[in-house]
Design a protein around this ligand. Structure first.
Ligand SMILES: Cc1cc2nc3c(=O)[nH]c(=O)nc-3n(C[C@H](O)[C@H](O)[C@H](O)COP(=O)(O)OP(=O)(O)OC[C@H]3O[C@@H](n4cnc5c(N)ncnc54)[C@H](O)[C@@H]3O)c2cc1C
Length: 499
């Protein structure tokens, strides 16, 4: 067997998956049909949860150093500020949105992957594959036309919106194409007298317009432009972008020096299954989001983080690998459904055209965004720290009374503390006070657990946290049995049984 895992596609999802697998010592190959990395900025936002996961991979700091931090989002309607969502209240070591063009994100991820001795095999295209129930046999057309047959235990299709892997396996697919056209323009902007670390969205009677700062003097403009006959909207001219700014934005803005101009139509999709046998889908291959919601790339990277530790752990044989891998679909698909639905509703609100409905929206929006809990909830949703795996088969029971974080929720990372899941092996962490029972538990499952306890953030409870930083199970202090039951469900073998 040439490798344990073949990753198809070197976009953000594929690079993250390959780098995480390599970090955990899994033999991985990654192929990319294009000879060169894409140069377009595409995804711009890296949200707090993604940065936390990148910290866990050991490279969050590099992203923060390269990006531009944005600390608030403003919504303006009828020339009035109707809401301001302050990201600095996000309960994360990264209380901001980080603006970094996708090409730079990919370059950082690829350099990280290379640091484990794994190179992206460029100009290598997956032609077809066969899953025989035990291994996946793939035929790859390499640069120069040579064909190679590769046998791996698993394959991850990170091959984007037009995924060959998805289409070959006929994963059920209900793509919805929106009726609105959108323009996107990365430009220099003069006359914009606004803090460079804030976003501005304009709910104008003619449609939606947003201005996102990318870097000093450079901004991304996004606007919906109504319906057209064409399925593929044309690239807008700079003049068309200027006209949209004049109509819907603040007065006297001048756009110049276009870096990237694009037209797009929103497509939304979530396939009916993320796994079939040894083949998995991640990123845009599995789900498509409205780019205006700025979640798609982040979601694809989260898929990769979720799947990589499960594959790495499954390979060790220390627990029931099959159950772990099954939980990938059970966890990631509902999360994508949730995010696609939220962005869809927000887009519908921002682009509504009926004047009476617009007035009602502006009034209600102003009222809701005047409430601090609603603003905090909006920031937690956007930053993806609120996303949780509450109905996953891989979490323990929740009696609704646990403080800090309940099973399926992310354990809030503490700045300066080594993140759970960092290092060369995927290990669970126990947040509890030291006593005979907790020490014994660490010894019983030494293969699966970090060797040291971590301090519990509240004296009443103990938390067992998964290698991806999500809470596996919570027990009242003194009740260690809940964790034994959890590991039993995971098919984990006690140390004595492994000897
Ligand atoms: C205008 C725009 C703005 C966006 N803004 C944001 C944002 O702010 N935040 C955000 O989170 N998301 C955003 N997105 C979405 C984001 O760009 C995508 O979600 C992201 O690129 C998906 O990553 P991926 O790795 O799944 O797929 P891709 O980036 O599409 O990568 C797939 C790769 O697979 C390769 N491939 C395909 N077929 C094969 C094959 N048979 N063999 C080998 N290789 C193959 C392709 O060449 C490609 O390189 C935006 C998208 C657009 C278009």
């Amino acid at each position: 067997m040439g490798a344990d895992v073949l990753v198809v596609g070197a976009g953000p999802a594929g690079l993250t998956a390959a780098a995480e697998l390599a970090r955990y010592g899994v033999a991985v190959r990654i192929i990319e049909k294009n000879r060169q990395r894409g140069a377009h900025s595409r995804a711009l936002f890296l949200w707090s949860r993604t940065l936390e996961l990148l910290d866990r991979a050991g490279i969050g700091g590099q992203f923060v150093a390269a990006g531009h931090q944005v600390r608030a989002a403003n919504i303006i309607a009828e020339q009035k500020l109707i809401g301001r969502i302050d990201f600095s209240n996000i309960a994360s070591p990264h209380p901001y949105a980080l603006m970094l063009p996708q090409a730079q994100t990919e370059a950082l991820l690829e350099a990280h992957l290379n640091s484990f001795g794994v190179q992206v095999e460029r100009g290598a295209k997956l032609d077809f594959f066969l899953d025989d129930g035990g291994t996946v046999k793939s035929v790859i057309v390499c640069a120069g036309g040579k064909r190679e047959t590769l046998e791996t235990r698993w394959m991850i299709g990170c091959d984007g919106a037009r995924s060959t892997v998805r289409d070959e396996l006929e994963f059920s697919d209900q793509t919805q194409t929106g009726s609105h056209d959108w323009v996107l323009a990365d430009v220099a902007l003069s006359g914009f007298d606004a803090p460079a670390d804030e976003l501005f969205s304009y709910w104008h009677e003619d449609g939606f317009l947003a201005i996102f700062p990318i870097a000093e003097g450079k901004y991304r403009i996004i606007a919906d432009t109504g319906t057209s006959e064409s399925a593929n909207p044309a690239e807008p001219s700079l003049l068309a972008v200027q006209n949209l700014l004049d109509e819907r934005g603040p007065a006297r803005l001048v756009a110049s020096e276009p870096i990237w101009l694009a037209g797009f139509r929103v497509r939304e999709r979530n396939v009916g299954q993320y796994r079939r046998g040894g083949v998995f889908l991640a990123g845009d291959a599995a789900h498509l989001h409205n780019p205006a919601g700025a979640q798609g790339m982040n979601m694809g990277m989260h898929d990769a983080f979720d799947l990589a530790w499960k594959m790495a752990l499954a390979l060790t044989g220390a627990c029931d690998g099959e159950a772990l891998l099954e939980s990938y679909d059970a966890e990631r698909r509902p999360v994508a459904d949730h995010v696609i639905g939220n962005v869809h509703r927000l887009t519908a609100l921002s682009t509504m055209k009926n004047a009476a409905a617009q007035r009602a929206r502006n009034l209600l929006g102003g009222f809701l965004l005047g409430l601090a809990p609603a603003r905090r909830a909006a920031a937690a949703e956007a930053s993806e720290i609120a996303l949780a795996y509450r109905n996953s088969p891989m979490i323990g029971p929740d009696d609704g009374s646990f403080p800090i974080a309940t099973p399926g929720e992310r354990m809030p990372p503490v700045k300066g503390q080594v993140p759970v899941g960092a290092g060369e092996r995927p290990r669970f962490a126990l947040f509890a006070e030291a006593n005979e029972a907790t020490t014994r538990f660490l010894q019983d499952f030494a293969e699966l657990l970090e060797p040291e306890l971590r301090p519990a953030p509240a004296a009443s409870c103990m938390w067992l946290v998964r290698p991806d930083g999500y809470v596996a199970a919570v027990g009242l202090t003194g009740d260690i049995r809940v964790f034994y039951r959890y590991f039993e469900k995971l098919g984990a073998k006690e140390e004595a049984a492994l000897l």
